[in-house]
Design a protein around this ligand. Structure first.
Ligand code: GNR
Ligand code: NI
Length: 178
């Protein structure tokens, strides 16, 4: 397993649509393991393959569990498709490892049904709710070239992108010094 570099906005790969896999192989499992290691290291609660430079339609997440915050509960998802959404929306303050240190409230369906394959190529279809629903939609958006800032008003998005530029510029200047 290895920790991979996380791609930062405005890298064009974040705007590309990922391609579904026609079979799950050892390379797929290696990619998923690298993604999980990269996600835990960051740390984050989800990661899509294009965030580490791969255009395969796969994502990982671990939103923890209510009763036990210590035990990791990784979820590996291949070829996800949303097959149903609740009318009810929920609002979460979202962040993204590709848009570091920037946060905004996003409204999304509170519950979604997702069809996908696991790392053994087995079919699943299940409901995601709460933080998991927000996270899986955020990650599937990545696989379709969509970022959470695309759900904001133009005014909010422009402000956030300006703050991101400033943050990245200051971070690069600090790096150049040491
Ligand atoms: O770590 C992450 N936290 C998060 C918080 C609220 C909604 C979505 C997320 S996903 C994000 C990691 C990431 O950028 N995944 O693509
Ligand atoms: Ni993200």
């Amino acid at each position: 397993m290895s920790i991979r570099n996380i791609v930062i906005e405005p890298d064009p790969i974040l705007r590309k649509k990922s391609e579904s896999l026609y079979q799950v192989t050892n390379d797929t499992r290696k990619l998923l393991d690298d993604m999980l290691e990269t996600m835990y290291d960051a740390p984050g609660i989800g990661l899509a393959a294009n965030q580490i430079g791969s255009l395969h339609r796969v994502l990982v997440m671990d939103c923890g569990s209510r009763d036990d915050e210590e035990t990791p509960r990784p979820i590996k998802i291949i070829n996800p498709e949303i097959t149903g959404v609740s009318e009810e929306l929920s609002s979460y303050e979202e962040g993204c490892l590709s848009i570091p240190e920037q946060f905004a409230e996003v409204d999304r369906p509170a519950v979604v049904r997702v069809k996908y394959l696991d790392e053994n190529g087995q079919k699943h279809e299940r409901l995601f709710e709460g933080l998991e629903a927000t996270c899986v939609q955020h990650e599937i958006d990545h696989l379709d070239g969509i970022l959470f800032v695309d759900h904001l008003s133009n005014l909010k998005r422009n402000m956030l992108m300006k703050k991101l530029k400033k943050y990245l510029k200051e971070r690069d200047e600090d790096d150049a010094h040491d």
